[in-house]
Write a protein of this length. Structure first.
Length: 398
């Protein structure tokens, strides 16, 4: 009886400690996240390299599967070894990434810059027309006119040009910082190549270390959790980036067909913001509607209709096939993760909290499913027949 009381006391004490720890974490969540990010910033090249490796992991695997398929179907005696397949796959993956960056830098960036110059002229030319359009519906635009009149774009431009020397001095003083950033990026790329090229060896080495230094049950659990973490982050980063690019391209094609203004810059804004699920694309669409509204309120309304149609197609056709259930998180929890992450650390928090929430959700869901399955198996197992108690013999007198 005393042993039972001791075990019960320990369980209650452990439960109270967990509740207190959970409360402390929730209260100091922002500080803890900031501390964690500050620590991670010290290892930023390694962190960027890990993110690049997770982003390029799927394309590399796709190339490897393709070359293994060619190996099986090839009638030649000379077969490609695994090292050669890995080398070719990595080379093709990074060539595609460089070509994509080249396209963005030399194809999209100039068009975006030109669009911003056109936007500047449109604001000066069309905003009185937009205000008049609002006034035609009986809206009071006095405060809005006063606010816009205070903004003198020409004066802002003069200020920038007059302070060109100071801006140049500031730019020169940041050369060391730029060099440091370039060094970090190069180091991150090299580290990502190393991770992708040696990922199988790293996994084997990690498994050996866990098997040697941890009990077997804990080692298996650690490998299981690590696999979920890697797969979740890889699927999320790759899926969201691909889905954002597809959405941006569709918006650009649709805007070009219907001859909406600022097609390039609005499509780029939508693609960048669409990396954040649910909320991001809506923000990009709202920015696009405001930019078009400065030129033509009616075309802005048509753009909103077009964007809603594209969003519905994207949510029901593209997103399930590109991202699908890869992160394994229902929409309501994804939305909650976006809100909590944004409140804690802005856009970065949104991007980090979604895969983190998916990992926690997957672990809990699998654990609950395993326990329910175990309970059903216990209930379905045949119970041992207990020996029947002997019945007392009754002697009837008669």
């Amino acid at each position: 009886m005393k042993d039972y009381e001791k075990k019960r006391f320990k369980r209650n004490l452990m439960f109270c400690a967990l509740v207190i720890l959970f409360y402390v974490i929730i209260v100091n969540l922002r500080s803890l996240v900031q501390f964690g990010l500050s620590v991670l910033s010290l290892f930023s090249p390694l962190l960027i390299g890990i993110i690049l490796a997770l982003l390029l992991n799927k394309p590399t695997k796709s190339f490897e599967r393709f070359f293994r398929f060619l190996n099986r179907k090839s009638k030649l005696k000379l077969k490609l070894s695994e090292k050669v397949i890995t080398f070719i796959s990595l080379t093709l993956t990074y060539i595609l990434a460089i070509l994509l960056l080249y396209f963005v830098g030399y194809g999209v960036a100039p068009a975006v810059t030109e669009s911003f110059h056109n936007i500047k002229g449109s604001i000066e030319t069309y905003y009185p027309r937009a205000l008049s359009y609002l006034e035609s519906f009986g809206l009071d635009t006095t405060d809005l006119r006063a606010l816009i009149d205070k903004i003198d774009i020409s004066e802002i431009w003069k200020t920038l040009t007059s302070n060109a020397n100071k801006i140049l001095d500031t730019a020169l003083s940041t050369v060391n910082g730029v060099i440091s950033v370039i060094t970090n990026i190069v180091s991150a790329i090299i580290f990502s190549i190393y991770l992708l090229a040696n990922r199988r060896n790293l996994v084997r080495q990690g498994n050996k270390l866990l098997t040697v230094y941890l009990p077997q049950k804990i080692a298996k659990k650690t490998v299981y959790v690590g696999r979920i973490i890697v797969n979740t982050f890889s699927n999320f980063i790759t899926g969201q980036c691909l889905e954002a690019v597809i959405l941006g391209v569709i918006c650009f094609i649709a805007m070009s067909i219907f001859r909406f203004p600022y097609a390039v810059v609005i499509s780029v804004i939508i693609a960048v913001t669409a990396i954040i699920p649910y909320v991001g694309a809506l923000v990009g669409g709202a920015v696009g509607a405001v930019l078009i509204f400065m030129q033509s309120p009616m075309r802005a309304l048509l753009f909103v209709v077009m964007f809603i149609v594209i969003q519905q197609l994207e949510n029901h056709l593209i997103y399930p096939r590109v991202v699908g259930t890869s992160i394994g998180l229902p929409p309501i929890w994804t939305f909650a993760a976006v809100i909590i992450g944004g409140a804690v650390y802005g856009v970065v928090g949104m991007l980090i909290f979604i895969p983190m929430a998916s990992i926690v959700y997957t672990l809990i869901k699998n654990d609950v499913a395993a326990k329910l399955s175990s309970q059903k198996n216990d209930e379905a197992a045949p119970k041992e027949d207990k020996p029947s108690e002997p019945q007392p013999n009754t002697i009837e007198n008669g």
